[in-house]
Design a protein around this ligand. Sequence first.
Ligand SMILES: Cc1cc2nc3c(=O)[nH]c(=O)nc-3n(C[C@H](O)[C@H](O)[C@H](O)COP(=O)(O)OP(=O)(O)OC[C@H]3O[C@@H](n4cnc5c(N)ncnc54)[C@H](O)[C@@H]3O)c2cc1C
Length: 463
Amino acid sequence: MTTYDYDLFVIGGGSGGVRAARVAAALGKRVGIAEEYRFGGTCVIRGCVPKKLFVYASQFPEHFEDAAGYGWTVPQARFDWATLIANKDKEIGRLEAIYKRNVEGAGGETFQTRATLIDRHTVRLESLNRTVTADQILIATGGRPAAHPALPGNEFCIFSNEAFHLAELPKAIAIEGGGYIAVEFANIFHGLGVETTLIYRGTEILGRFDMDLRTMLHETMEKKGIRILCRSLSEKVVKRADGRLDVTVTGGEVLTVDQMMLAIGRVPNTESLGLDKAGVELDKKGAIVVDAYSRTSVDNIWAVGDVTDRVQLTPVAIHEAMCFVETAFKNNPTKPDHDTIATAVFSQPEIGTVGLSEDEATKRFAELEIYRASFRPMRHTLSGRQEKMLMKLVVDGKSRKVIGAHILGPDAGEMAQLLGIPIKAGLTKDDFDRTMAVHPTAAEELVTMYKPTYRVKDGARID
Ligand SMILES: Cc1cc2nc3c(=O)[nH]c(=O)nc-3n(C[C@H](O)[C@H](O)[C@H](O)COP(=O)(O)OP(=O)(O)OC[C@H]3O[C@@H](n4cnc5c(N)ncnc54)[C@H](O)[C@@H]3O)c2cc1C
């Protein structure tokens, strides 16, 4: 029998790779993992975690404003970008060390290097100039922001990666994109006092989310002062003598900004990985093709997380990694379950959502009941803030199952996490109705919307 240096070698120390390495090592397997940049990956180093810290930072000006209605006099507040960056970096450094330590503590070996495949059992550790062999190999190399080579002046643009390390807070920024990363950063920069313009080629921001959430968030963001240009593209970016950028958008308008950020999608990290040498198949977008168990076209090579372009979220990468360990090392073939994933957009106000949007449900179900409430949350009564909250349940008219829940407003992400349980469990609207409300909360609305706001039959709305 061939003996290998490792039972498992993982390429990529992000959410999926670190989890698989740690859990497999804890089973007593001989595990190695290589990370070319920083352990923790996108989520910890330049994604979810620093982003959420920035979101918190950007919310303070509204908190200060709202305090007045509750009797507080808040002196003129000042913000220091350098302090935020330094504190964020310290926290990220702490988390990075924990991620690495957790793998090592479980008995895994960590390598700080880029790794590539030589063949189906051999990995080259580039900066160590060394090769190792492994029985099973897991590719968890994630993705990166999509470039925009067709845009003249794209070399002057930044991506989300750089947004976490800007030397100075810009006075004005343009952000191109309409997905959650673009929308979140638009709210972050606006909250920190930056004049912000969002440029999006589509008809409405946040495609695939429920249309009610999309339009209401759009309106609220505009009322706050974020400029949103839909059906619009940047056509060129020119660097001026004073260092600022002139961004020409559809229709010829020129926006003068300090930074132009591109958030137009993400691409899988599969280039120059040696995947061709091992015979691993890629799809048209360059993502690794896997079966339902995350196995690639080569039977000892597996892939999880963003590099497979299934659902690009941290908990999904982690879940896929756990299923991979069950399948490959515990003789318990387990398919990751991608159905009904609760998720949030940390916009301001926040979105929390789980299950089908009304539009999606209309395509799949003949009869729907829509329960919808839009109201001013209690905390805004004394603050005087005019922002409204939206709650919406999409119910299958026949089985009475709640098949979608959509929230816009404070703590929507927290609510979506909990709503994920009854919706995943297939509970009905009657179960929601039988549930006692927690009063006074905003969430109580979810169990007190007794009458449908309207019904949908064969695609047509019936009031
Ligand atoms: C700005 C932003 C905000 C986000 N916010 C959220 C959020 O709020 N909630 C959420 O659930 N998800 C969020 N995500 C998505 C989330 O970060 C990813 O889905 C998740 O990190 C994917 O995990 P992964 O293990 O597949 O890849 P990653 O975490 O990207 O890890 C891949 C790792 O592999 C390394 N690597 C690549 N090639 C090699 C190589 N050849 N050798 C060695 N190492 C290599 C990379 O350096 C990287 O560290 C966000 C992403 C971004 C960009």
